[in-house]
Design a protein around this ligand. Structure first.
Ligand code: GLA
Length: 382
């Protein structure tokens, strides 16, 4: 069943009536620019067709009632009872009410029915999709007049302040602001954006996503330690953020850092920022060969310097390159999840077969794969 119909049905089951509207907000995949967002740097994600769908109506009694189609569960609370560090699937929704009210927006209760086909824990921003679809719905329903970037910032506030994950802005900005046929260049300091045309199909290429199926349970803790390392490196270098360090003459610039680990962490972030700028330039001249090289270099940097890859993503990248990919890299927070493979369309079959064989031969389950098409950001369906 289409997810818009699924949430309509579930909403009727919850309330006995029709919703005021149905909204959609997508997951994202990051073309390049990993772990740069919380360093005030650059990112280049695009929105996926996979998305969270929400049927919603206002309530006038400050109650929030939610039904999850995917889990077959319900949750109910009062606006007055919302408090940070709440866990469970509903935190990503309850936290949006909290973030909006904390920012001074006059938002009341709601009835909500949610469904999503963004794979969970795969590095495709399933949580940002949920936060963004609700911010979008409440902005419309309560006529809040919040602009799209401020809506993304509020969705991130939910994740940081309510759920308690110290993430950057990339995922929410992508879900909120991406447009079909484009990647979103975002400067995470100025919050300026640029829609960069991304149409690999017009050049005989495709972007294949390989979900390795690996989910690392310590990813949250590792994310926080990487972030702390970057902050320490910036402090030692006397700059507000690693964004402020130029990529040329890097060895010399980083030589004064107190620890070899900090040198590697900083080198990843600084060179990755530079790769994002180069990737934008490559896309603007339709140079997919250069884009592929930058993606592969990004992966090497995440593996060697940032140390956030693991065996299944490294195996996927190497196998895809050996089977004819133009470039390949892990995408998202790390320690598993998905690999993005840029390849000539005619090599997709061989690459998928080679990766599947490599997985099965090494005792893993065959990975899920799909071709990613840059899709639209959050919006109202009806
Ligand atoms: C997660 C976070 C993002 C970003 C990426 C790594 O997806 O939510 O803010 O830091 O990891 O690039």
């Amino acid at each position: 069943m289409n997810l818009d119909l699924a949430v309509l049905d579930a909403f009727r089951g919850l309330t006995g009536g029709d919703p005021e509207g149905i909204w959609r907000a997508p997951g994202r995949i990051n073309l390049i620019g990993e772990h740069t967002d919380y360093n005030d740097g650059f990112v280049l994600p695009f929105a996926l067709p996979q998305a969270a769908y929400l049927a919603a109506s206002r309530r006038d009694d400050n109650r929030i009632r939610i039904v999850s189609v995917d889990l077959g569960e319900r949750f109910e609370t009062d606006l007055a009872d919302l408090a940070p560090n709440h866990d469970g699937w509903h935190a990503y929704l309850a936290g949006v009410f909290w973030a909006l009210r904390e920012a001074g927006h006059d938002v009341g209760g709601a009835d909500l029915a949610l469904a999503s086909d963004v794979p969970i824990g795969a590095g495709l921003s399933s949580s940002a999709a949920i936060e963004c679809v609700l911010v979008e719905a409440l902005n419309d329903l309560y006529d809040l007049g919040i602009d799209p970037m401020a809506r993304a910032v509020l969705a991130r506030r939910t994740e940081n302040g309510y759920v308690g994950a110290p993430t950057g802005l990339m995922d929410q900005a992508a879900s909120m602001l991406c447009t079909a046929g484009h990647a979103l260049f975002l400067d995470c300091r100025s919050l300026s954006v640029d829609q960069v045309p991304l149409d690999p199909g017009a050049h005989g290429r495709a972007i294949l996503v390989v979900d390795t199926g690996t989910r690392h349970s310590h990813a949250g803790g590792e994310y926080a330690t990487r972030r702390a390392d970057c902050e320490q490196a910036a402090r030692e270098l006397g700059v507000p953020a690693l964004r402020d360090v130029a990529a040329d003459g890097l060895d010399e610039r980083l030589a004064g850092l107190s620890d070899e680990r900090l040198v590697r962490r900083a080198r990843h972030v600084i060179t990755e920022n530079d790769r994002v700028l180069q990737a934008c330039a490559a896309l603007r001249r339709d140079d997919f060969a250069a884009l592929g090289e930058l993606m592969t270099a990004s992966h090497a940097s995440m593996r060697g310097d940032y140390e956030i890859t693991e065996e299944s993503v490294d195996l996927t990248v190497q196998t895809a390159l050996d089977a004819g990919a133009t470039g390949a890299r892990m995408t998202g927070g790390g320690f598993g999840g998905c690999v993005l493979v840029l390849a000539p369309v005619e090599s997709l079959g061989a690459i998928t077969a080679a990766v599947t064989t490599a997985f099965v031969d090494s005792g893993r389950s065959a990975p899920a794969t799909f071709v990613a098409r840059p899709s639209a950001g959050a919006g109202r369906l009806n």
